[in-house]
Design a protein around this ligand. Structure first.
Ligand code: NAD
Ligand code: GLY
Length: 369
């Protein structure tokens, strides 16, 4: 790419993914090379914009670039914000020759990605994730969308980015809990595809706890996680089969997030969800004994929650899983591990039906006593 010094990762994707410390000032050059446009719309949230937008704006042509910022938080990933952003783009005079730059965590990535997927039937988007979770998961793979009162991510589109810029120095400004929630998805990638990655994240946790965003291990671990995600989405972009494995922990997580009215971080809910779902897998005889406790202890070491939040009723959560869009034909399907590093594949499918009683007993076992 012209004017870009860093090398992208070698991945089986149709777009470059850059990971490195100190990359943010290069964002504009990467955007201009991968998705050149007449106008550049940088979409962010107010927290991220205050910290990092200046660097990105300075790297793009000032007369053809504008910042569009919304309040932070999952509760903003809505159709109402999609309308507002779309209308603001039209009011600015944006047309098909516009590239959207999504600067923020997974909320901004999903929302700005959905604006890009739909604006005049689709314009290009470059993802510039600023949370660990968005780097290792949300920014790669092309899922975009918004939440509805019926559940998370229920309205959306697949829309691949033209490039992804992971500037790990942006992680230095993250609140510790938000940083840690990304560790949940990194451990998830190890669980679903590669026990060596799980072990590497686990081994690096003390260093990461000490050095945070500047841990020398971080760029390589982010890259490992992205490689796993990329190899899955390259084989199954539309989640016909294998991609379901990336939903490990998410059926319970979505029910927990919904019951918590989205006051819990996504990665924290995924941590709890992985413990519960690993217990489900053990109860069904799908997972090796000890899998759930191995996962639970790794998540606890990462400082992540491992029990369902106080006050949530397991029965209500079971009911909540029925609202999850992964369900087909009225039954609740889960993607489950057979052990750390390997997902279970029974009779040709990567997910299996779980009856409510089993989910309920695993939820009770994961409640604080
Ligand atoms: P988020 O985007 O809400 O970010 C969390 C908080 O961190 C926000 O308050 C934000 O303002 C703040 N923040 C972000 N970057 C910061 C920085 N560098 N410094 C200081 N503060 C910063 O949440 P998230 O955890 O990044 O993402 C969760 C979302 O991602 C969920 O909506 C989830 O559904 C989605 N997701 C999507 C995919 C996908 O494949 N598309 C995958 C996983 C998760
Ligand atoms: N986060 C799961 C997926 O991208 O499929």
């Amino acid at each position: 790419l012209v004017g870009v010094t860093a090398e992208p990762l070698s991945l089986p994707l149709g777009y470059p993914v850059y990971v490195g410390t100190g990359l943010l000032p290069e964002a504009g050059a990467i955007v201009a090379a991968a998705a050149p446009a007449h106008r550049y719309a940088v979409v962010s949230d107010d927290t991220v914009a205050a910290l990092h937008a200046d660097t990105v704006l300075a790297s793009l042509p000032s007369d053809r670039t504008r910042l569009f910022s919304i309040p932070p938080g999952e509760s903003e990933k809505t159709r109402e914000r999609w309308i507002e952003l779309t209308d603001a783009l039209f009011a600015w005079g944006a047309g098909r020759d516009t590239t959207i730059v999504a600067l923020g965590g997974g909320v901004i990535g999903d929302l700005a990605g959905f604006v890009a997927a739909t604006f005049m039937r689709g314009v290009r988007v470059v993802q510039v994730p600023t949370t660990l979770l968005a780097m290792v998961d949300a920014a790669v793979g092309g899922k975009t969308g918004v939440d509805t009162r019926h559940g998370k991510n229920l309205v959306g589109a697949f829309h691949d980015p033209s490039a992804v810029v992971m500037a790990t120095e942006t992680l230095a400004t993250l609140p510790p809990a938000v940083f840690r929630s990304g560790l949940a998805e990194m451990l998830k990638h190890g669980i679903v595809a590669d026990s060596a990655v799980f072990d590497a994240v686990l081994a690096a946790l003390p260093d990461i706890a000490r050095d945070g965003a500047f841990s020398p291990h971080l760029p390589a671990l982010v890259a490992d996680s992205v490689r796993i995600k990329a190899s899955v989405v390259a084989k199954d972009a539309r989640e016909g089969g294998l991609r379901q494995t990336l939903n490990f922990g998410h059926t319970i997580a979505h029910a927990v997030e919904h019951a918590m009215a989205y006051r819990m971080l996504h990665g924290e809910a995924v941590a709890v969800g992985m413990v519960v779902e690993a217990r489900i897998a053990e109860r069904l005889g799908i997972a090796e004994e000890g899998t759930a406790s191995l996962i639970e202890s790794a998540l606890a070491k990462a400082g992540l929650p491992i029990s369902i939040p106080d006050g949530l009723d397991p029965m209500e959560l079971v009911a909540g899983t029925h609202g999850d869009k992964k369900n087909r034909g009225g039954s609740v399907r889960y993607a489950l591990p057979s052990k750390v590093g390997t997902m279970w594949r029974g009779d040709g499918s990567w997910s299996t039906v779980v009856v409510d009683d089993v989910a309920h007993s695993a939820l009770i076992a994961s409640s604080r006593r």
